[in-house]
Design a protein around this ligand. Structure first.
Ligand SMILES: [Zn+2]
Ligand SMILES: [Zn+2]
Ligand SMILES: [Zn+2]
Length: 507
């Protein structure tokens, strides 16, 4: 399953001055001295990083902007961390994982996570067989939005921060199904989850202006700063360069969704505050914002803590079913092989993963060309015979998955993946990192939240540019160049140049 290799980043070309200004305003990465990030950074107050904007050397003029090391960085060092400007869990992923809306941490107890994972699936029955001690294992606090919209948080701090940032305008708790905001969110879930991010950004810009005691001009300033990251409207950048969309269906659909989303969001937010007015003067800002997400967002993938927990349960004596007592005397033969409850749980999870876990849950789509799902497009034409045939094929598939899973050893079952958190986020600093097919940094989420950490893949000298790979950097040169067309540039990194030179020599 693609994970970090499929991150989509963008080389946005802009002046260092603008970068500095935006970083300052959005508090993502101040340049100069370093400071440790704390949970308070969720309010996007400034924290600092030991790296900065490039000097105006000729090498950078071509790329416009980037990030350079302001000191030597050792191989393997995590030298920067940053909370996203906005983040959203993929809607399909939330059917499997209950995560904090704000920091994306797995919320509540193991019991809550297992109930979320299994309920409504083909393995729902396993929920009645789990030892209660496992269910009680706590991952974080859990606080529901008091307005009943269904969002959960890992604690009051995240709930309050999210309310202050955007949820005061974006909560659908008290609303009827036909309210514009509810319809907007349904449209987003159906067509593009980045619309949910856009809604959060609209609300956030107004809240930031209000909290500073400022007016519509502050909203406009925020809009302009974000525009510094954009390269085009949604319908322009979402179509890979060189890709032909013969019937223009994807583009037409995108324009329809955009127009509908704009009207719904306007109907939902404009009456709530006059500060929203600049955001709804035309749909251009929304379109460019969606284009920005298309090019600059990265996947947020957070490892499920359940995998590690299962490893530790495998080392302990098996608990008695539906009992919280662990004083079982006869449990001397500890170890994975003698733990039938754990085996049953792992089997059930593996069946669900193989049967139901798909591209929608991870957001990692293999094909980028298709905008509309053929399944949906041909749904109406399906006959009853087709339905019956599908059902039979489905049952056969399930039976064969169950058979395969039954044949796995306990060690193999323990090694199988758990459903991870998957979402999409915009980080101002990440948006400034340029691409190279020989990257020197990588981004990851080792802290169990959406706080991204930049790690050095090798030693980086002071003044050297930091780069990451937007694509599979191990692929052959022509494949890399084709994949990079989607980002609108031709790579001239050392690897590409030297490989091109070798090709020329052979001719
Ligand atoms: Zn949280
Ligand atoms: Zn709410
Ligand atoms: Zn390259």
């Amino acid at each position: 399953m693609p994970s970090s290799s499929s991150v989509t980043l963008c080389a946005t070309f802009d002046s260092p001055e603008r970068t500095a200004q935006l970083q300052d305003d959005f508090g993502a990465a101040r340049f100069g001295a370093a400071s440790r990030s704390s949970k308070r950074d969720l309010s996007h107050s400034a924290h600092q990083a030991k790296f900065g904007t490039p000097p105006c050397s000729s090498a950078f003029e071509e790329k416009g902007s980037g990030l350079v090391a302001l000191r030597n960085v050792a191989a393997g060092e995590v030298f920067h961390s940053e909370w996203p400007f906005c983040v959203v869990q993929h809607p399909a992923n939330s059917a499997f994982i209950r995560a904090c809306t704000r920091c994306c941490r797995f919320a509540g107890t193991c019991g809550l996570q297992l109930a979320t994972l299994f309920s409504g699936t083909v393995e729902e029955a396993v929920l009645n067989e789990l030892p209660s001690v496992w269910g009680q294992e706590k991952l974080s606090d859990v606080v529901e939005c008091p307005q009943g919209c269904g969002e959960v948080y890992c604690g009051q701090e995240c709930r309050a921060a999210d309310w202050k940032d955007n949820h005061n305008f974006m909560c659908v708790g008290p609303l009827d199904d036909d309210a514009p905001l509810v319809q907007f969110k349904q449209l987003a879930i159906e067509y593009a989850d980045t619309l949910l991010l856009a809604g959060k950004v609209f609300a956030s810009l107004v809240n930031r202006a209000q909290q500073r005691g400022r007016g519509a001009e502050a909203v406009r300033e925020g809009m302009n700063e974000l525009m510094g990251f954009t390269q085009g409207k949604w319908d322009d950048v979402a179509r890979p360069a060189g890709a032909t969309d013969e019937h223009g269906e994807g583009e037409t659909l995108r324009l329809q969704v955009l127009a509908e989303a704009f009207e719904l969001l306007k109907a939902a937010l404009l009456p709530a505050s006059p500060l929203f007015a600049p955001l709804f003067e035309s749909d251009e800002f929304l379109s460019r914002l969606l284009g920005m997400f298309e090019r600059n967002n990265i996947d947020v993938e957070i490892q499920s803590p359940l995998k590690q927990l299962c490893h530790s349960w495998a080392q302990q004596p098996p608990p008695a079913a539906s009992s919280s007592s662990s004083s079982s005397v006869g449990a001397a033969a500890a170890g994975p092989a003698s733990n039938p409850a754990l085996r049953r749980l792992l089997e059930a999870k593996t069946v669900v993963m193989r049967y139901e876990w798909d591209e929608d849950e991870t957001g990692n789509y293999q094909s980028t060309a298709a905008d509309t799902s053929p399944d949906d497009a041909h749904m109406d034409e399906e006959t009853e015979d087709d339905d019956e045939a599908d059902e039979a094929a489905d049952e056969q598939r399930l039976a064969s998955i169950r058979e395969d899973v039954r044949n796995l050893t306990m060690e193999q079952l323990l090694a199988e993946e758990w459903p991870n958190f998957h979402g999409t986020a915009f980080f101002p600093s990440v948006a400034r990192v340029n691409h190279s097919c020989v990257p020197n940094i990588k981004m990851a989420y080792p802290r169990g939240t959406c706080e991204v950490c930049f790690g050095a893949l090798r030693g980086i000298s002071c003044g050297e540019e930091m780069s990451t790979s937007y694509i599979d950097s191990e692929a052959p040169r022509d494949v890399r160049q084709t994949n990079l067309l989607e980002y609108g540039f031709v790579c001239r990194c050392d690897k590409c140049e030297s490989e091109a030179a070798r090709v020329n020599l052979r001719r």
